[in-house]
Structures are given as structure tokens and as C-alpha cells.
Design a protein around this ligand. Sequence first.
Ligand SMILES: CC(C)(COP(=O)(O)OP(=O)(O)OC[C@H]1O[C@@H](n2cnc3c(N)ncnc32)[C@H](O)[C@@H]1OP(=O)(O)O)[C@@H](O)C(=O)NCCC(=O)NCCS
Length: 159
Amino acid sequence: MKRWRIWRAEPADEDDLVRIEAAAFGEKSWGENNVRESFVAPRVTILLAAPRQRMVQTLGAGSNQPPVGFAMWRDLGPEAEILTVGVIPEAARKGAGTELLSACLEGAKMRGANKVYLEVDQGNKAALALYGRAGFQQISVRRAYYRNGADAVVMECAL
Ligand SMILES: CC(C)(COP(=O)(O)OP(=O)(O)OC[C@H]1O[C@@H](n2cnc3c(N)ncnc32)[C@H](O)[C@@H]1OP(=O)(O)O)[C@@H](O)C(=O)NCCC(=O)NCCS
């Protein structure tokens, strides 16, 4: 059995999404309003991840676990785009990011995509490792892509 329960976020999950995004991204958060708006963004799927029962003790909390990770991807027909993945620090390094990413790729494939793209800050070693392990390869670099002047690595994964 997979260690994480993954589901498609519904309007009732909006507050959880805001909480997780803020905790995962800290000062790089999109901000509450932008996160809430992503619920109505066209072609965007939001997934959430919560630990299954046997993970509960590891994370030191009770039952009925709230979600601790999220991912967003956009359906662009023959292509798809991973918009973001985030896991709260307390739940990091336990496989949630990997399972969320894998669920995005599965969803994109089911909708007919054969290529998936994403952009990631060149200095974000955790994300680069996560995406690399999932089969993404660097195809280009966008110089000074982010507001703070950091470069973005563009990655591609063939499905
Ligand atoms: C990137 C992120 C989503 C990873 O989530 P996660 O649930 O911790 O990832 P996983 O446990 O599935 O890790 C998978 C692999 O990614 C790599 N990885 C994850 N975190 C890492 C870190 N801090 N440093 C180096 N490699 C890391 C490792 O190879 C890891 O495998 P391992 O634990 O067996 O060595 C999480 O660190 C995060 O939310 N970061 C802040 C937000 C962000 O930058 N998101 C991505 C940009 S859109």
C-alpha cells in the first residue's frame, strides 16, 4: 500500500492548501490570494497528500491526518506543466513529494499528454533532485527568470 493518500482538492480543502503552501514556501509563498485563485484557474488540477494510518506515529500526530503536501499541474493537451509541489517541513523527506509528482504525471498521461514540463529555481537542490529522480531532464536555462534574479532550469519528462 502506498504511504500517502492523494486526492484531488475540492473547495473545502482551500484553507488546508493555503496553510501547506505558506509552510512549504515560507517567504517564497505565492500569497494567500493567489493560492485561493488557483482553485478556479482553468485546466489546473490540485492534488493533496496526507499520511496514511501507519505513517501517523512517525509524524507524531493523531488520526484523521490533515494534508501536508500539495501539487498543481496544468493540462495543455498533448503537453502538461507541473506548476508547483510543496510539502511542509515537518513531513519532508518521507516520499510525499515523489508520490504527488507521480500522481500528476499519471493524471497528465491519462488526459493524453506525452510530455510534461516544469521550471525550477536553479538553486533549489531538493526540487532538482526530486524531479530528476522522477525522470525529468534539464532542457534549458532561463536567465534571471525569478523576481530575485535567480535563473530557472526548464525540465522535461517524456511520458
Ligand atoms: C521539494 C519538496 C517538494 C520535496 O518534497 P519531499 O516530500 O521532501 O520529497 P521526497 O521525500 O519525495 O524526496 C524525494 C527525493 O528528492 C530529493 N530531496 C528531497 N528533499 C531534499 C533535500 N532537502 N535535499 C536534497 N535532496 C532532497 C532526494 O533525492 C529525495 O530522495 P531521498 O529522500 O530518498 O534521498 C519539498 O522539499 C518542498 O516542499 N520544498 C519547498 C517548496 C519547493 O521548493 N517546491 C518545489 C519548487 S516548485
